[in-house]
Design a protein around this ligand. Structure first.
Ligand code: HEM
Length: 517
């Protein structure tokens, strides 16, 4: 009894902090609670009822920055859960307001409003470089001789900044039928070489130790990454750039990026670059943009070429190998029509060069189409980001100059209201059952508006050819202990584009008897 009362007495009088610290803690708590009440309840209610509400955060100034960098998807989802409605809400990232759009109609409005939007802000470029690429070029190219050569002067009646013209050049080079056909011919030729058995069975980049001579084991992740990136880089740049770049452009180390930039800075004109890249480098030179910034701008494009397609190719192959065998059989049957036997009057070599027949792949392969659409739907974390350069209204809310507008496509792609109750599942059949699903508002794997991805046609072609060639040339079998578990998306690694898997897949490749390499 006595022990009990002593014990209680001690508990009541025990205080881990000296009085002064306790007072400080109480004052800090009161200030912090008042700040929360003011910032997230009173301001939206009394002062700014027409602006997007801010998702409450814990630490002033830092806001949501840390969560945004670590995992933007989880952060945006918590905003969705906190605000029930479909109105835009705001995050505080690196001291700026980022307004997240929740309604696809609001995204469409932003895409139309080119006045209020700046497209992409090339990162890693000096301030001086940025000013030059957005400015009226007339002020930057004073001498007559250069003016006579520069497309920025000769073919720019509205005196637009370099960035706007670059967008037009991209469209011309990537979407115009002849330019696209040239590019895809080169890609197909490089793919044929890369997937020849001789090349595959010796490629130390993706081969695993258990490889033999009749069959080889490969890391599916590296196989897709190497083959797709290698062949598209060659198709765009020729061998000149390839000699200077490390094998994995997309590996992401700063050292690799720097080496690649140095390679570009040292690049001689005409060394295998396509018209587009020659023009970019030339016109940026006329503007007086520093060589390192020029290399940085070109690197963004190399990143766009390399970072998405191989991941989507991985997901397609991984699902084909882990999914119902009937689906794989249907895709194999469809693509075999793209390898029709040579006609008696055709020359063998020519026929070989035109296989697989892209027309067949693009027009007569519904199962391949469906799995492509579904992989883009589920594994693309791209968001469109615009910066308001004039006050405007979006989704009934006032947007201030300097606000970032964020359209998170993956959240739209996971919307049960658009894609049904199983929106979170991988189910290509949804695109087979509803032939118009890929035209639904809210499905935007390549963005939209004036920054609609100019590489979308090439991306589809390079992935279709890669899947077709891989399935046509090889028997594939998943091996290893975890072979039945389909990898999940790696949500811990932030991605500005297609998302990677949480684990690799080991695949055994054997040449198919039908192919003579
Ligand atoms: C599966 C592959 C690809 C996906 C999912 C993809 C996705 C996207 C998306 C969503 C955007 C729009 C971003 C925005 O609105 O801010 C975009 C822009 C862009 N993409 Fe792609 N892309 C792919 C492949 C490519 C390829 C192969 C190229 C080749 C050069 C490319 C070049 C570009 C460029 C230059 C832009 C910027 C357009 C502008 O700001 O005007 N992309 N891409």
């Amino acid at each position: 009894m006595l022990t009990d009362s002593l014990y209680l007495h001690n508990v009541w009088t025990w205080n881990p902090f000296p009085v002064s610290i306790t007072i400080v803690l109480i004052v800090v708590s009161v200030v912090w609670l008042s700040w929360r009440l003011w910032r997230f309840t009173l301001v939206p209610l009394l002062l700014r009822p027409d602006e997007p509400k801010v998702l409450p955060y814990w630490i002033p100034f830092i806001g949501h920055t840390w969560q945004f960098v670590r995992n933007p998807e989880t952060l945006i989802n918590s905003g969705y859960a906190y605000f029930g409605s479909s109105q835009p809400f705001a995050l505080c990232v690196a001291g700026r307001r980022a307004v997240v759009l929740r309604d696809v109609a609001d995204v469409a409005a932003v895409w139309k409003n080119t006045e209020a939007a700046l497209s992409f802000d090339p990162f890693g470029i000096s301030r001086g470089g940025l000013r030059r690429v957005f400015a009226d070029p007339r002020a930057l190219i004073p001498d007559e001789e250069t003016r006579a050569k520069a497309l920025l002067i000769r073919e720019n009646p509205r005196n637009e900044g370099y960035m706007n013209l670059e967008r037009d050049w991209f469209r011309a080079q990537l979407l115009a039928p002849e330019a696209l056909a040239r590019l895809q011919r080169r890609y197909r030729a490089h793919l044929g070489g890369s997937l020849a058995w001789d090349a595959v069975s010796r490629n130390t980049v993706y081969l695993l130790p258990s490889s033999g001579t009749v069959s080889v084991s490969v890391s599916l992740r590296l196989f897709c990454r190497y083959t797709v990136s290698h062949c598209s880089t060659l198709a765009f740049f020729g061998r000149g750039l390839q000699r200077r770049l490390p094998p994995f452009l997309a590996r992401g180390s700063h050292a690799a990026k720097d080496r690649a930039m140095d390679g570009l800075v040292a690049q001689e004109e005409g060394d295998g670059l396509e018209w587009l890249f020659k023009t970019m480098i030339q016109e940026l030179g006329y503007l007086g943009v520093a060589e390192r910034d020029v290399a940085g701008i070109v690197m963004i494009i190399i990143w766009a070429i390399n970072n998405n397609a191989h991941k989507i190719a991985f997901w397609i192959l991984a699902h084909l190998l882990h999914g119902p065998p009937a689906y794989l059989a249907a895709v194999r049957a469809e693509i075999s029509a793209a390898y029709s036997p040579p006609s008696p009057e055709s020359k063998g070599e020519e026929e070989e060069e035109s296989r697989p027949d892209l027309d067949v792949l693009l027009r007569a392969c519904p199962h391949l189409d469906a799995i492509w659409y579904e992989a883009l739907r589920l594994y693309n974390a791209t968001s469109a980001v615009r910066e308001a350069v004039a006050p405007c209204t979006v989704g009934g809310k006032q947007i201030r100059v300097g606000d970032q507008l964020v359209a998170p496509f993956r959240q739209f792609h996971l919307d049960q209201g658009i894609f049904g109750a199983d929106a979170a599942e991988f189910n290509p059949d949804r695109f087979l059952e509803n032939k118009n699903l890929q035209r639904t508002k809210g499905y935007a794997p390549f963005g939209g508006g004036h920054t609609y991805c100019p590489g979308r046609l090439f991306a589809q072609r390079e992935i279709y050819m890669f899947i077709a060639e891989t399935l046509w040339r090889f028997e594939l079998e998943v091996v290893g202990e975890e072979k039945r578990r389909m990898p999940q998306v790696d949500t811990n690694t932030p991605s500005a584009a297609a998302m990677g898997p949480d684990r690799d897949v080991v695949v055994q490749l054997r040449p198919r008897a039908i192919i003579h390499n």
